[in-house]
Design a protein. Structure first.
Length: 159
């Protein structure tokens, strides 16, 4: 009866592809979201009480498994607000900041969202000027960039 029905001819192949896709999606481990190492000690400080004293908003877009910028600059000690727009339908992305490209020491790890969606992250920029490393933890080889912390008026006077 079913042998002559052409619309069910590819059913076994479609079923196999669905099972494989489901196995791949469920096999990907969910990264652990952790706050910045010293977030508790900074929780009572306002942006104006930090050395940078200012708030910097960064609009970051994730699309086609790429960030729209590869370099972000903020003043040392400033409050950073990252507005992440994930335009990749069904794809998970986040923003995470590390001391270096090796990603051994995290500064901030944001929640992972599945696109299309958006999220706002808030954290304090490092007090020490220098070049740090940001990435999407889901796509750490392709979605990366430099997070440059510049001297502000107060840190320039300390040099």
């Amino acid at each position: 009866m079913w042998k002559n029905c052409s619309r069910y001819r590819n059913f076994p192949a479609l079923l196999l592809a669905l099972v494989i896709a489901l196995a791949v999606v469920t096999a990907c481990p969910e990264p652990v979201v952790t706050p910045a190492p010293d977030s508790e000690s900074n929780s009572e400080q306002t942006p104006d009480s930090r050395p940078g004293g200012e708030e910097v908003t960064i609009e970051l877009v994730a699309e086609n498994n790429e960030f729209d910028v590869q370099e972000i600059s903020v003043p040392a000690g400033s409050k950073v607000v990252v507005e992440l727009q994930n335009n990749d339908r069904g794809i998970r992305h986040n923003f995470a900041l590390y001391e270096s490209p090796g990603a051994e020491q995290s500064i901030f790890i944001g929640e992972i969202i599945t696109g299309p969606d958006s999220i706002t992250y808030e954290f304090e920029a490092p007090d020490a000027p220098g070049t740090y490393f940001f990435r999407c933890d889901v796509h750490p080889a392709t979605m990366t960039g430099d997070f440059i912390v510049t001297e502000n008026e107060e840190t320039q006077g300390e040099s």
